[in-house]
Each structure stands twice: as structure tokens, then as C-alpha cells.
Design a protein around this ligand. Sequence first.
Ligand SMILES: [Zn+2]
Length: 125
Amino acid sequence: MDNHSSLPWKIGAKAPTLILTAYDEGVAVATPHGRKTPLRIEITLANAAYIVQACNAFPDLVKALEDTISASERAIGDHIAPEHCYATGPKTGDALADLVECPACIAAKVNQEARAILAKAKAGA
Ligand SMILES: [Zn+2]
């Protein structure tokens, strides 16, 4: 996935459905196609803009998510549920007391989900 054209990409000035590289003017990176009805042309233009926006933002979003996960894991530390849960402590068996969610457990679960999303995004899925 690292062999793609240099970012940032942009919409072609003369042919707005062409996605051009900023460093290689005139060379199309990708061209979304649609039928030539007014609605289809509008959708095709929106697709081209979305592809450019998403691709240009992807590296920074991945880095930001990796940094956020890393910082969150440092903040959580060695949190072993339920012994280390500072919101609930060990489960009490009391239905009301056990409703309080541990923020560290929530963060650990969110981090796990975020890592799965990152792996999927990096694999191009
Ligand atoms: Zn916890």
C-alpha cells in the first residue's frame, strides 16, 4: 500500500472527476466513473472529492489513532479487571453497584476495537 503516488492528491482543475497528484500534474491517480445523467455526474464528483479527502487524511488519522491508543494504554497502566477497577472494584454482586463502569476497562475495550480497525484499514479492507 506504500507504493501509491505521493500525497496530497487533488481534484483535477480541467476534468473534475480526475484525481491528480499535487506533485505530478496531469497524471491521473484514479478516475471515478458514473453514468452521464445529472445525478450520476453529481455523485461521481462527490466520489472524487471523497476519495481525495479520505486518502489525504488517511496517514494523519492512522498516526493520530496510534498515538491515542498508545497514550491511553500508558494512562491505563497494568489494569487487571476486576481487581484493579477503580470505579467498581471487584464485582460486588450488588446490581446497582455493579452498573458503574470502570473507565480503564472501557478504555481497554475501546483500544482493542481501535487496534482491530487500524489493522483492517492498513490491510486495505
Ligand atoms: Zn476496570
